[in-house]
Design a protein. Structure first.
Length: 88
């Protein structure tokens, strides 16, 4: 068995550090890509929640805003936040 190790030992000593560095690089890159994927999923989820809230607000505004007797613009026709107490 010592003869076999003497024959392949130098090759293992040369290749082993490269393999270890390659494995470390692979794990680091995998962690980076997984973190990026999770961040994109979380951002997409938050965007969907925001869009749902905006649509719900638009639906509420459109359903509850009727033009008054003077014919002024309804709340849905004004710019968002225009003429509300939220700006002050």
């Amino acid at each position: 068995m010592a003869g076999l190790w003497d024959a392949i030992g130098p090759y293992v000593e040369v290749v082993l550090p490269t393999l270890v560095v390659a494995l470390i690089f692979w794990f680091v890159m995998k962690a980076i890509f997984n973190a990026d994927r999770r961040e994109r999923q979380a951002e997409a989820h938050e965007d969907a929640v925001f869009r749902a809230r905006v649509e719900a607000a638009r639906a509420r505004r459109a359903g509850s805003s009727l033009p008054d007797a003077a014919g002024s613009a309804s709340a849905g026709d004004r710019a968002p936040g225009a003429g509300t107490d939220a700006d002050s």
